[in-house]
Design a protein around this ligand. Sequence first.
Ligand SMILES: O=C(O)CCC(=O)C(=O)O
Ligand SMILES: [Fe+2]
Length: 352
Amino acid sequence: MNAVPVAAEFDRVPIIDVRALVEPSASLASRRAVAEQLGAACRESGFFYVVGHGIDAGLQARLEESSRRFFALPLEEKMAVRMALGGPAWRGYFPVGGELTSGRPDRKEGLYFGAELPPTHPLVRTGTPLHGSNLFPREPAGLRDEVLAYMAALTGLGHALMSGIALSLGLDADYFAARYTADPLVLFRIFNYPPGPELAEDGQPVWGVGEHTDYGVLTILKQDDAGGLQVKSRAGGQVRWVEAPPVPDSFVCNIGDMLDRMTRGLYRSTPHRVRNRAGRDRLSLPFFFDPSWTAEVRPIDSPALEGAASDDRSERWDGQSVHAFRGTYGDYLLGKVGKVFPELRAEVLSSK
Ligand SMILES: O=C(O)CCC(=O)C(=O)O
Ligand SMILES: [Fe+2]
């Protein structure tokens, strides 16, 4: 029987300076040094902060300001770009309670974006879910360009971090780009978590986002200073929730199910959840850097990973094993997103 790798103990999410991965002039030795830290973080917690990432602070500030202005608009103005108008591309606005985790509504509202693709793009022409053009709100006027610039910048950071993760596994720096992410599936969300009661009417806790793992390879999250993100630790077989508090000028990164599958569970996609206890709105901007839609995600063939993995089903939040999954990333994602937005799933399937 294969040994199931047990996530090492962790009580805090490490902070890693990734300058050497984003600066073209950095030496291979300095890249490898960063890669080593990334590898340790991926094995221990699956979560890490990055600093020295080179993403323009002015762009981030403008995007944050525009996002706050959008969420402050009256509901009917926000509903002018509701997701139902985005069709299979799954873009636009959803109101508080409009998204479910494990069947319960999350206490958050949000805007969904993705790569801006023209109607002539082959995947758009065939009505492929999650591909198409964005539904940009008319107000604030700057949001469109800020979102597009931010997605381009974060795509670059995603490539840089994945090169470090490849090095950390003893692979060529372009391992993931060559197989999965040359044309990544990019999903970008802007969430607002309003303050609210801790318990629902049925006495159950209210989560901004309930416990879940992310689906793809890498999530790069910008959070404001409200806090509330928690990461599941299994130190000594005991479940503990470790805070990932705001750290200035950082992004919180975590690995998703597809990297868990590729590494046979050595790099775990760690469950996390959010509860806003700040007494004011919390803004967060997760950017998902994922394999392309048609990629079949397979375990990495490397001696370093022999003997890893694992039936992780009993431990996972959704009771499913990422290692048993067969198919394309698109199949995997569609199955997940359909649970999160049941109405849209019905709509997409009926339009196929
Ligand atoms: O808002 C956050 O801090 C986390 C959001 C998240 O986990 C997700 O969108 O997958
Ligand atoms: Fe997440």
